[in-house]
Design a protein around this ligand. Structure first.
Ligand code: NAD
Length: 353
């Protein structure tokens, strides 16, 4: 067995149907009396419902969160928090909303209570990202890790299949890369395998039977594990590619993950046979790359970069950017192989065996 360091900060997790009922108690448990509620404009209703449950602990609603936390939005939200003398942020939404909460906490150390409504997993990580001048800068700081997370599958019922499916593939990506992370450890490997199992069995139910609360809960459980893995160990070529391609060409976050993942896995296939064996077993298949591609097709997630807004003449540039300052990856990251990976992803080719 490899040597490893396990250093997991604790987050209190309340999981299950009806968890939102505990919101007020959980905020008060942190000693907070003036909580602001964050959401996207689309999810204002969810924020209003959360504020209603907070009762006199609710100090205001800021429903202006947008993807990738533009610095202007972060500044306006920080100002809102100050103006309302907030002592807690309740973030109701996906990675964009939780990311806005993190931008506030980064400056003020306000505690975050996260109520995730997608499967992106940001609620379990100390990773923040803020976009300035078209560039997204990410970092790690334990201040931004939510103190409490309420996972209530009921809140995911409104997540349409075309967002839910790719969001689940995003979560699978955290698990898969956690299996071959530079700082992988046996606990995270267990969580990653279980996360893949839960997501692979639940996502087809989530998109086929949108009202199936059991399936939504199972996917949220997988997303929790996936977020924990993402927050604990380093990611590799897949996340680097998604960061570069998504950021440079402004592609939708979860869709980009869904498209790239099978190709990133195929790229690393020979370099990490044990990780691939674990991933394939969790997917109930013999080849992880093909099984991930097939799952994406089955749940109606996009499989081709050309279908999600990637310009064909951007592939050279993307390959160049991805190989300039590569993250750790178990296989050497070279231009020609990455260019080929992107070409396959552009056309949505099923990885060959
Ligand atoms: P998102 O938060 O941008 O949500 C996508 C859209 O779906 C939004 O319009 C939102 O309002 C809507 N939505 C969310 N939940 C809904 C629901 N239950 N019902 C109806 N509509 C709903 O998407 P995301 O994929 O969760 O987050 C993406 C962002 O999070 C990216 O910026 C990504 O970089 C970041 N992220 C960060 C981390 C981290 O650890 N820091 C992890 C994962 C993702």
């Amino acid at each position: 067995m490899r040597n490893f360091i396990y250093d997991q900060p604790a987050t209190r997790v309340i999981f299950g149907v009806g968890s939102l009922d505990r919101l007020s108690d959980e905020v008060k448990r942190l000693g907070a009396r003036r909580a602001i509620v964050l959401a996207t404009p689309d999810q204002r209703k969810d924020a209003e419902e959360a504020a209603r449950r907070l009762g006199d602990v609710a100090a205001g609603i800021y429903a202006e969160a947008v993807m990738h936390v533009p610095i202007e939005t972060a500044r306006a939200a920080r100002e809102f928090a100050k103006r309302h003398e907030a002592d807690c942020c309740v973030a109701v939404g996906g990675g964009s909303t939780i990311g806005l909460g993190k931008a506030i906490a980064l400056e003020s150390a306000l505690p975050i209570v996260a109520v995730p409504t997608t499967f992106a997993g940001s609620e379990m990580t100390p990773i923040y990202g803020i976009t300035e001048g078209g560039l997204k800068k990410t970092g790690r700081d334990r201040k931004v890790l939510p103190k409490t997370v309420l996972y209530d599958p009921v809140l995911t019922l409104t997540l349409p299949p075309n967002i839910a499916g790719p969001s689940g593939m995003n979560a699978i990506a955290h698990c898969v890369e956690g299996l071959y992370a530079e700082d992988a450890n046996p606990i995270m490997t267990l969580l990653a395998a279980e996360g893949i199992r839960a997501l692979a069995r639940s996502l087809p139910i989530v998109v086929r039977e949108p009202a199936n609360l059991e399936g939504r809960g199972d996917a949220l459980y997988g997303a929790w594990l996936a977020g924990t893995v993402l927050g604990s160990v380093g990611m590799a070529i897949h996340h680097k590619l998604c960061h570069v391609v998504g950021g440079t060409f402004n592609l939708p976050h979860a869709d980009t993950h869904a498209v790239i993942l099978p190709h990133a896995v195929a790229f690393n296939r020979e370099a990490v046979p044990e990780a691939m064996r674990i991933a394939a077993a969790a997917l109930g298949a013999t080849d992880a790359a093909q099984a991930i591609y097939d799952l994406a097709v089955r749940i109606g997630a996009p499989v081709a970069l050309k279908d999600i807004g990637m310009p064909g003449d951007g592939l050279d540039r993307a390959a160049k950017l991805a190989t300039e300052n590569p993250y750790y990856n178990p296989r050497r990251v070279e231009y020609s192989a990455v260019r080929e990976l992107l070409e396959n992803a552009y056309h949505g080719k099923r990885p060959s065996a």
